[in-house]
Write a protein that binds this ligand. Structure first.
Ligand SMILES: Cc1ncc(COP(=O)(O)O)c(C=O)c1O
Length: 494
């Protein structure tokens, strides 16, 4: 690439004496350095890069252009990693009225923020069919742990200390068994039927008085609605267990089906997925936990409560309930993510929120049906917001799911989720989300078909993709086992 900025660190662009910024006059010039403890004094100037403004602008703009973003291209791995997040969410969340707040401020001075917090708790409870929510957990997995702690507190409060096991389907996201283990519970796996749903016959013999509860996501990680949910919930309740809903897949249910109405007692929502916060690359997140009536006293502290006043004038306060399981986060959680979620909910409103689920479902089925003659569809039928192919239909070319994912990069698309869930050898999971246009979906379908054809005509070319990206195919294992994360090491290697 013929660009002097390409692949360089800002330090390599540094030239002695070059300046792009003048610091304001030092108002403390008269302050004697001798008053400063020696340990705090610098012995030499910091090694900052010396660059002009234009170099800085080009350097960072070039870097940002090397990064794939939802503002520049389509992600076929949807709400789970990145769906489009309306800009208004950002504008509101970064408003100084909110970012300038400090969690230790006097309660009287943060009434507005507490009102937002309280109203978001209520909106989520309405959308999910739960009695109450805590917004304290920082992520989906953190919500799972919190929800399981509520489950444990519930059994402990009844003196039922035999219940030490949690049932998890073999199709579950890895965080489900991990959270159960972190919570000190033993994991019991229930098998799936060939159609991808929980095998009720396999479940029955697992149920006894050692079962604390069962974790499920619905639709499951294959995008299939668990149609036996009513029967499953009854079986688990009859044996004294509680039903936990992993709400990472709430998208297709939004405004249509409420977990609280189909038998779940405890749940979390990934605000950063369903309710629109950019989180690809690991953060930030928020995993509010909701509970049905009778479990709210176990939720973590602190909680925001409303004290009813006169003439529709309310005050908000912070409560530390005596039966609460205690604190699971610093202060009240990740407020910026909550602001984005609340803005998103208010922007959609009561009527539009009902369109999220059907549109996410329609888009997923449209792609599935348009590609299933060239990609292997292991589970036929109507899916919800996502579905899984088991690689290319024609296996004779030797082109794998990884190769298809890499080749997509050459066409300017982000790769879908690959090799998850673990039920299929060549899993390729596609989640288009509700907010992509038909033209975008058609463009993606065309490219996927083109790659299937290339796999037949020139398999070696597909197997060595990507060909047009700044970095070619990486050795994933080496990158994971021996990452070079410092400039010095990189320089020493060369
Ligand atoms: C089905 C499911 N459950 C739980 C999680 C965990 O959520 P988080 O990444 O916010 O911890 C995910 C995230 O990918 C998920 O897809």
């Amino acid at each position: 690439m013929n660009n002097v900025f390409y692949g360089k660190l800002i330090f390599e662009l540094s030239r002695e004496g070059r300046r792009g910024y003048s610091l304001p006059k030092n108002e403390l010039a008269s302050y004697s350095m001798t008053d400063m403890p020696n340990a705090l004094l610098r012995e030499q100037d910091p090694g900052l890069p010396e660059v002009d403004e234009l170099t800085v602008v080009r350097h960072y703009t070039n870097m940002s252009n090397n990064n794939f973003g939802v503002d520049t291209g389509y992600y076929p791995l949807g709400s789970c990693t990145m769906k489009y997040n309306p800009k208004i969410n950002e504008e509101i969340a970064v408003h100084r009225a909110f970012t300038g707040l400090h969690p230790l401020q006097d309660i009287d001075t943060v009434q507005g923020a507490l009102e937002v917090y309280y109203k978001l708790q209520q909106s989520l409870a309405t959308l999910a069919g739960m009695k109450e929510f805590t917004l304290n957990p920082y992520a989906g997995a953190h919500g799972e742990l919190t929800g399981l702690m509520v489950m444990r507190s519930y059994h402990a409060s009844r003196g039922d200390d035999k219940r030490t096991k949690v049932i998890v389907p073999d199709s579950a996201h890895g965080t489900n068994p991990a959270s159960a283990a972190v919570c000190g519970l033993d994991v019991v796996v229930v098998k799936s039927r060939p159609d991808g749903t929980v095998d009720v016959d396999d479940l029955r013999p697992l149920l006894d008085d050692t079962i604390a509860g069962m974790m499920m996501t619905n639709p499951n990680t294959l995008g299939i609605f668990e149609h036996s949910i009513a029967e499953i919930a009854k079986l688990v309740h009859d044996c004294g267990g509680l039903m936990y809903y992993d709400g990472a897949n709430l998208n297709p249910m939004l405004g249509k089906v409420r977990p609280g109405d189909i038998g779940f007692d405890i749940m979390h929502i990934n605000l950063h997925k369903t309710f629109s916060t950019p989180h690809g690359g690991g953060g930030p997140g928020s995993g509010p936990v909701g509970v049905r009536e009778g479990l709210e006293q176990f939720l973590p502290s602190p909680r925001v409560i409303r004290i009813d006043g006169d003439d529709d004038c309310y005050e908000y306060n912070i409560d530390f309930g005596k039966d609460s399981l205690g604190s699971i986060s610093g202060f009240l959680g990740n407020f910026g993510v909550m602001m984005r979620a609340y803005t998103y909910i208010l922007t959609l409103g009561r009527d539009q929120v009902k369109n999220v689920g059907p549109l996410a479902t329609l888009n997923a089925n449209y792609i599935k049906e348009s590609l299933k003659d060239v990609y292997e569809l292991p589970i036929e039928g109507v899916c919800k917001h996502e579905f899984v192919f088991d690689g290319l239909k024609d296996k004779s070319t030797g082109v794998t799911t990884l190769d298809v994912a890499k080749r997509l990069l050459d066409y300017g698309y982000h790769a879908p989720t690959i090799y998850f869930p673990l039920l299929f050898h060549e899993a390729l999971m596609i989640e288009p989300t509700e907010n992509e246009s038909k033209e975008t979906l058609d463009g993606f379908i065309d490219v996927m078909r083109k790659i299937a054809q290339e796999a037949k005509d020139d398999p070696e070319m597909v197997k060595s993709a990507p060909h047009t990206t700044p970095v070619r195919r990486l050795d994933d294992t080496k990158a994971a086992l021996h990452p070079i994360v410092t400039y010095r090491e990189l320089a020493a290697e060369q």
